[in-house]
Design a protein around this ligand. Structure first.
Ligand code: NAD
Length: 495
């Protein structure tokens, strides 16, 4: 059965200076549940990236002088618009990137709206300091000023949330923005911006679409961009930083992860198994914070794996627009091939498949879609490549341990450091392991909880900079020191 898929009225245009602008050519967006094209996205040029930066630069003087109340009202209104258009997003997100429709209402929409509301509140608390100095004849204070034009380079996996994580704090601080969505999730960002366009002064938010090395690189290297913020993979991050270096432009990097979940012998196994499944199978496993690695104490490993495999084999895989679907398709054919490449290599290295090998029964309309069964791999010694590589799909790999010091060393033994977690009912062990894990986020007896206000970001190859928090306001603003003479006597140094 062909579900009620999202279809645009026309080919997509870009949004520059408050106008919808066509690109000279376009590329196809492919519906991952069907494997067929559903929309045409503009392939923007370097000249159009320049025009977008120019529009954002021209909008800056007036927007940076807007009052906190104005910025607060805008961000709150954006949150309301998202909620008022839940039905549009419930068709659009599954059509574009394969997000299961049941998750749109419980994850993407509330999380996005919450981010805009959080920063709406922070606009009223964003302030400088009065600096205590020795000289009684000086008054020194700081004001926090916006940086200027922000270039935000977005990934495909959660387009509404990743847009919110960059756009909301950038606008809250008084910056103007050029968004560059992923080539695999441009329509979601363009439809979102179309929904809020009437709320925005022209040029405050702009969108250019196209490919990374083309329009993306032109944007990143533009001398009038004050900061680049990227959510994406490591190779992209290196290319973006090299380009940004040419114009001495600072960056924020939200990159990949290999979320290590340690399960101690005293863990509540019911909750640990359920949260491990949530951590890897939500969002089709296409999440940087996924629980893609399980380190199980040897005394509970067999029971944990039995329960987890049984749960994984009951998961319904299918069309992202079907409300019964629990895991949808991977985003694209190249990504599907990449994930299968990881699985193939794991098999060659002797890793056992405990769940995921069952036959995939699909509706005939989905026969060209990019589907994979939720997979559980077992590599007791934890030495196969898949143990340390980011797969970015519904695939988790389990290993066993007996010693708690050794397991922390193993958990820390990847290039990544984004999310990690420990399951234990021993309070001292929980604190000790939480302290020793090298990651930006550590969960204890839970997973996938990212409340607005709690800094989100990584260490090592997972990047730098923090989103979703008060600290983010410091990423998108700079202190200006004002130092005022209150009548200090001058030393007669020059006669
Ligand atoms: P990607 O790195 O392939 O692409 C990200 C964006 O960068 C896209 O918009 C792309 O067009 C652009 N880009 C590529 N090359 C560029 C260049 N030379 N100059 C400018 N822009 C360029 O990533 P993806 O496949 O879209 O997303 C998946 C990756 O993102 C995974 O590694 C995942 O872990 C990571 N991710 C991280 C977070 C986080 O918050 N830490 C969140 C989601 C995804």
């Amino acid at each position: 059965m062909l579900k009620d898929r999202f279809r645009p009225d026309a080919d997509y245009r870009m949004f520059i200076g408050g106008e919808w602008v066509a690109a000279p050519d376009s590329f196809e967006a492919v519906d991952p549940s069907l494997g067929s094209a559903w929309a045409a996205i503009g392939n923007g040029t370097a000249g159009q990236a320049d025009a977008a930066v120019d529009a954002a630069r021209r909008a800056l003087p007036s927007w940076q002088r807007s009052t906190p109340a104005t910025r607060q009202a805008l961000l709150a209104a954006i949150a309301d618009r998202i909620e008022a258009n839940a039905e549009l997003f419930a068709r659009l997100l599954p059509t574009e990137n394969g997000r299961p429709v049941r998750e749109v209402a419980i994850a993407d929409l509330p999380a996005s709206a919450a981010i805009y509301r959080y920063y709406a509140g922070l606009t009223r608390a964003h302030r400088g300091d009065q600096i205590p100095v020795e000289d009684p004849h000086s008054l020194v204070y700081t004001v926090r000023e916006p940086l200027g034009v922000i270039a935000a380079i977005l990934p495909w996996n959660s387009p509404l949330i990743t847009t919110a994580n960059k756009l909301a704090p950038a606008l809250a601080c008084g910056n103007t923005v050029v968004l560059k969505p992923s080539e695999f999730a441009s329509a979601s960002v363009l439809e979102f911006v179309a929904l809020i366009a009437d709320l925005l002064p022209p040029g405050v938010v702009n969108v250019v679409t196209g490919f990374g090395p083309g329009v993306g690189a032109a944007l990143v290297g533009h001398p009038d961009v004050a900061k680049v913020t990227l959510t994406g993979g490591g190779p992209t991050a290196r290319a973006v930083m090299a380009t940004a270096a040419g114009a001495l432009t600072p960056t924020i990097m939200e990159l990949g992860g290999k979320g290590a979940m340690i399960v101690a012998k005293d863990a509540d196994l019911d909750r640990a198994v359920a949260d491990a499944a949530l951590g890897i199978y939500l969002a089709n496993g296409e999440a940087c914070i996924a629980s893609s690695r399980l380190l199980l104490h040897s005394s509970i490993a067999e029971e944990f794996l039995g329960r987890f495999a049984a749960l994984a084999s009951t998961i319904t895989v299918g069309d992202a627009l079907d409300p019964a679907t629990q895991v949808g398709p991977l985003v694209s054919r190249p990504h599907f091939d990449r994930v299968n490449g990881h699985l193939q290599r794991a098999r060659e290295q002797g890793v056992r498949v405990l769940a995921g090998d069952e036959e995939l029964v699909l509706d005939p309309v989905n026969r060209n879609g990019f589907f994979l069964r939720p997979t559980l791999l077992h590599d007791p010694s934890g030495t196969a490549d898949v143990v340390t590589s980011e797969v970015f799909g519904p695939v988790t790999v389990a290993e066993s341990f007996t010693d708690y010091d050794e397991v922390v060393e193993r958990a820390n033994g990847t290039r990544y450091g984004l999310a990690a977690g420990v399951w234990t009912t021993d309070l001292a062990r929980a604190h000790r392991i939480a302290g020793d894990l090298r990651a930006g986020i550590v969960w204890v007896n839970k997973w996938f909880d990212l409340p607005a206000g709690a800094p989100m970001g990584g260490v090592k190859d997972s990047g730098f900079g923090r989103e979703l928090s008060w600290e983010t306001m410091l990423e998108y603003s700079a202190p200006k020191t004002v130092n005022i003479d209150l009548g200090a006597p001058r030393f007669p140094l020059w006669g």
